[in-house]
Ligand binder design. Sequence first.
Ligand code: DAT
Ligand code: MG
Length: 140
Amino acid sequence: MAVETTLVLIKPDGVRRGLAGEVIARIERKGLRIVGMKLLRMSSELSDRHYAAHVQKGFYPELKAFMTGGPVIAIAARGENAIAHWRNLMGATNPANAAPGSLRGDFCTTVTENVVHGSDSAESAATELALWFAPSEIVE
Ligand code: DAT
Ligand code: MG
């Protein structure tokens, strides 16, 4: 078992729809600890860096327009196996495959506007947290 920190994003649809409290409640209810949190607008440059694995894909222009189109809430969440636990709480990428009870299973219908982000590995968590948070913004 390892203590991990993962990047959670409440995407623009989640913020716009007033789901921030629901998402934060699920992080806390699970027993993960919030060690960083801020509201911001994702810049074009940050989108290209955060989604470096997807910039060449056909869906990227739509994804970028969505992600930069309204404020997001970025959260650093910490706990035992935080990366996998948060992926389970989010549900599958495509809400059509997301289990009821998961955030994507409960709160969305389209793959683009799927409410939340979570890092998918220790490597991507480290990269993403460095993109979104300065070291001084992570508070124990
Ligand atoms: P996840 O967000 O579950 O980690 P991902 O990293 O594969 O999924 O993709 C990042 C985001 O890109 C995803 O949340 C929604 C969008 N996306 C992924 N696959 C897509 C597709 N086939 N069509 C449209 N949008 C897609
Ligand atoms: Mg991903």
